[in-house]
Design a protein around this ligand. Structure first.
Ligand SMILES: Nc1ncnc2c1ncn2[C@@H]1O[C@H](COP(=O)(O)OP(=O)(O)OP(=O)(O)O)[C@@H](O)[C@H]1O
Length: 267
């Protein structure tokens, strides 16, 4: 895959194909998630992004292909949204305590980390979009994950709250020393810290660093050049090495060279 490390991948997806009633949702997807890296999945509506996350989380069985977890992988998941029964009053504290093996001290710590201690006794049904996302992030933190999976975390969060929420996600990643895999349409917010972007529309259309992918014709065809401008603004020095095949290989803590990698796997 595009980002390689001397560390073993936390999760490997191998030749994943998913069909729903003989309609292909995903075809031959390969992906490695390495420790402490950030991978962002983008793509058009209905392109299979959520299905890919569900396959990785083992919530959706692939029609063919394999999902391999490394020993010791702990996954925290922030879903796109959750359904809260309005007739069932439940406080934030109670909701978090329902998480398996949740300790009171960890709940208080997570609430403080995400600056939502003041919401402890609030009803879940009354939270704003941004507050709810923080509560879901707090819940995902409770089992001290080494991989955090987020499905469109900015959805339902107003524009001013989005940058703040993303800062929190990034801060959480550094605190937990974990990898992040997220679906996001808000590439302008996440790209500065993203190691690899995967653009999927049933298959992998293109993949690479934000800089590389923003120049990919397939990516430009799907998204126009809106992201290219942002990438130019946010361009930062990746410190990767390339192997003999031109793939990026890196050790997350000892990056050494700037990357101008051309993405592969075009459609
Ligand atoms: N359980 C299911 N049964 C049948 N079809 C499904 C099922 N889940 C997803 N699909 C279909 O698979 C395709 C991919 O859906 P998916 O939700 O993964 O796309 P997405 O990229 O996450 O979309 P969006 O950006 O709109 O959230 C869609 O055509 C969807 O209708």
């Amino acid at each position: 895959m595009l980002v390689k490390s001397i560390q073993a991948p936390l999760v490997q997806l191998r030749d994943i194909t998913v069909e729903f009633e003989q309609k292909i949702a995903l075809q031959n997807i390969n992906l490695d998630i390495y420790p402490n890296t950030i991978t962002t999945i983008v793509g058009p509506n209905g392109g299979g992004k959520s299905t890919l996350l569900k396959v990785l989380l083992k919530l959706q069985r692939p029609t063919s292909g394999r999902v391999v977890y490394n020993k010791g992988v702990r996954i925290g998941y922030v879903p796109q949204k959750i359904h809260v029964d309005p007739s069932l009053p439940i406080t934030v504290k109670k909701f978090l305590s329902l998480q398996k093996n949740a300790k009171k001290a960890d709940i208080l710590h997570a609430l403080a980390q995400l600056s939502i201690t003041h919401l402890t006794d609030n009803r879940l049904q009354k939270l704003s979009g941004g507050e709810m996302q923080r509560v879901l992030l707090a819940r995902a933190m409770l089992n001290k994950p080494n991989l955090l999976v987020l499905d469109e975390p900015m959805q339902g969060v107003d524009i001013t709250g989005q940058a703040e929420l993303y800062q929190l996600i990034h801060h959480t990643q550094q605190q937990l020393n974990c990898a992040i895999l997220m679906v996001s349409h808000d590439l302008h917010l996440v790209m500065a810290d993203t190691n690899q972007v995967l653009c999927i529309n049933r298959h992998i259309c293109c993949a690479g660093t934000p800089e590389a992918i923003s120049n990919d014709p397939t990516f430009r065809y799907i998204f126009g050049d809106q992201f290219s401008k942002n990438v130019a603004f946010y361009t930062h020095h990746h410190n990767h090495k390339h192997d003999l095949h031109g793939d990026v290989c890196c050790t997350p803590h000892s990056y050494t060279q700037q990357c101008t990698h051309q993405s592969k796997n075009r459609s």
